[in-house]
Design a protein. Structure first.
Length: 137
């Protein structure tokens, strides 16, 4: 079995996180308490922890876009990425960077989209036509 990813991140409203991750991103909810919620993000464990602390967000330029830092997300096969982009658009998600193809025609060609959760955490979802090119130079 390959390793699974785990990420714990801060949110300022657990119910808003439950709505966003559970109903917008369709992440099944796992264990929870009064201060945290586990979600299944495409087979990986992410945990929203209640935290009133503000986050510092900056941006780096990548292929002419201002990419928010920090951010996290999932890499999907291109067809799944396209379906997710359509579903998020239909659900009214406001994108920081609209779904697009980055590095077109290059080795690292990928679909990308960025958006924020209700607590301001930046998420990026990527799509690759060939997942073997994920780390190709």
């Amino acid at each position: 079995m390959n390793g699974l990813f785990h990420l714990a991140f801060p949110v300022n409203d657990l119910e808003a996180a439950r709505e966003f991750y559970g109903n917008i991103l369709d992440c099944p909810e796992g264990r929870s308490s009064d201060t945290w919620i586990d979600f299944n993000l495409f087979g990986h464990q992410i945990v929203a922890h209640l935290s009133p602390v503000a986050r510092i967000v900056s941006a780096n330029e990548v292929d002419s876009d201002k990419v928010p830092v920090p951010h996290f997300g999932i890499i999907l096969p291109m067809e799944e990425w396209r379906k997710l982009a359509e579903r998020l658009t239909e659900k009214g998600v406001k994108f920081i960077i609209e779904p697009k193809i980055r590095f077109a025609g290059e080795t690292g060609e990928q679909g990308t989209m960025f958006f924020l959760d209700p607590s301001g955490n930046a998420l990026e979802f990527k799509g690759f036509s060939d997942l073997n090119n994920l780390f190709a130079k």
